[in-house]
Design a protein around this ligand. Structure first.
Ligand code: C2E
Ligand code: CA
Ligand code: CA
Length: 465
């Protein structure tokens, strides 16, 4: 009898142990080991369950730390982990009791508000989270300032899939990041439309490049003293069959995402070189023709052979304008960038630094690249036309360029008043809406119409347009 009792007790204990082990396994399967929050498994299960209820209002809050990678890189992963633990506690403080909090991995947290959630609740949680994130995180040895961005999306059970709702919250989060971070955005129909348009254009761009829908528009570059056209900048346009002529802002980011920006640059460069040749043949030669070059194109090993194949140098100089993300501060000898720049120079191609004074192109890069010409950013020029202090900044840039033997051109001369101010500063070259920008045929006609226009002492307003 005693044996039986003790055997039963042992069995009960064993069962308890097994139950405990099963619970621990479940906890492990559904919880994040770092923060103790629910994990992705639990999130997918719970969201699917909530959206299974026909007509149920569900709101997702997608919380993402700003610059978490920087924190990890700067302070190390142990400190990064401590930050995540503090952040998890902060989020839980406001959300618990209203909706469960999940950590999907990295610095991504989600809160699900189900049971006919109300947007006011979601906004309150999101505002509270943004507020509390403003407090610095204290870890041994560090006081770390953090911020977070939040994306909110609403959906109804039976009308939206879990995948769609997460994608929608992600779009809203993306907008929050784009809106300068440390803020919250709710998904709007406008954002969805924008995303759909973006996807549509992205699906069309590869064929558009093949089908020669990427065309060049030309903007004249003017000698500020004589008013003569001394060159032209080729600017990419997408001649879209349904949407009309699209500006680069509508498609360059997409081209970059798809790794196609070098192809866009190549299309524009080819057209520009052919145009310069035909302009010379029709008696309106341009001193120089400028094209914009992305980082991808500058590191393209085929860049120089492409130019050699087409550039027959009919009296015009080819100039390349170095743009945006090219890190020019540190052009190491022997890098593809420095090799390409050297080969381009050897071929007689002029190197220009675009958007100087925009904050992207620095003085260090000016010294390391030693361009032939700087183009002073149109925002700075516009500011200078209104503000005497900014005018002094432009004046200082012009002095510096002169001292270094670099030519300079002011971009963004929009009116004849702007032209007069820029001339007053002694800037030798100009470009801007004051002097039109046109598709190829119209620009050819513009050049023809200007033949014989005598050089004046100062730019004549009427003649220059
Ligand atoms: P960017 O190189 O600074 O080109 C000048 C931009 O300023 C052009 O805009 C031009 O239309 C505009 N602009 C010219 N004059 C004025 C003015 O007086 N006032 C104002 N507010 N704007 C003026 P666009 O054509 O929309 O090009 C925008 C940017 O797209 C360019 O800026 C350049 O960064 C990029 N881009 C254009 N074509 C190409 C290309 O073929 N390849 C690459 N990679 N980028 C290109
Ligand atoms: Ca440019
Ligand atoms: Ca520019």
């Amino acid at each position: 009898m005693d044996d039986l009792i003790s055997a039963n007790r042992a069995l009960a204990e064993r069962n308890n142990e097994l139950d405990e082990a099963r619970r621990a396994l479940e906890r492990g399967a559904n919880h994040d080991s770092l923060t103790g929050l629910l994990n992705r498994n639990a999130f997918e299960r719970d969201l699917a369950e909530a959206l299974n209820v026909e007509g149920m209002d569900v709101i997702l809050l997608y919380v993402d730390l700003d610059r978490f990678k920087w924190i990890n890189d700067t302070f190390g992963h142990t400190v990064g982990d401590q930050v995540l633990i503090v952040v998890a506690d902060r989020i839980k403080r406001f959300a618990s009791g209203i909706g469960p909090v999940y950590r999907l991995g990295g610095d991504e947290f989600l809160i699900v508000l189900a049971d006919n959630a109300e947007i006011e609740n979601a906004r309150w949680i999101s505002d509270s989270i943004l507020d509390v994130m403003g407090e610095t995180v204290q870890t041994p040895g560090h006081n770390i300032a953090i911020t977070a961005s939040v994306g909110l999306a609403h959906g109804k059970g039976g009308q939206v899939t879990p995948r769609q709702l997460v994608a929608n919250a992600d779009i809203a989060l993306f907008e929050a990041k784009n809106g300068g971070r440390a803020c919250a955005r709710e998904l709007t129909p406008g954002m969805l439309q924008e995303m759909a348009d973006h996807r549509q254009l992205a699906s069309e761009l590869p064929n558009a490049i093949k089908n020669r829908q990427i065309i060049a528009y030309y903007q004249p570059q003017i000698d500020a003293r004589t008013g003569r056209v001394i060159g032209a900048e080729a600017l990419a346009r997408w001649d879209h069959p349904r949407l009309g002529v699209l500006a680069p802002a509508a498609f360059l980011d997409i081209a970059t995402e798809l790794g196609l920006v070098a192809s866009v640059d190549r299309c524009v460069m080819r057209q520009a070189m052919l145009f310069a040749v035909s302009a010379a043949e029709t008696g309106t030669p341009l001193q120089s023709i400028s094209v914009n070059l992305s980082a991808d194109r500058l590191t393209d090993p085929n860049l120089t052979t492409d130019i050699q194949a087409l550039w027959v140098g009919q009296g015009s100089r080819l100039a390349i304008e170095l743009l945006e993300t090219i890190d020019l501060d540190d052009v190491a000898d022997g890098s593809l960038v420095s090799d390409n720049l050297r080969r381009l120079r050897d071929m007689g191609v002029q190197i220009e630094m675009d958007d100087f004074g925009s904050g992207r192109a620095s003085i260090t890069s000016l010294l390391s690249v030693q361009p032939d010409r700087v183009k002073i950013d149109r925002h700075l020029i516009q500011a200078a036309t209104r503000n005497p202090i900014k005018r002094q900044v432009v004046s200082a840039i012009l002095d510096m360029a002169r001292a270094l033997g670099i030519e300079s051109l002011a971009e963004g001369a929009e009116t004849m008043e702007d032209v007069a101010i820029i001339q007053g500063l002694g800037c030798p070259q100009l470009q801007g809406y004051a002097f039109t920008r046109l598709p190829e045929t119209d620009f050819a006609a513009y050049l023809q119409a200007r033949i014989g226009y005598a050089s004046g002492d100062r730019v004549n307003a009427r003649a220059a347009i």
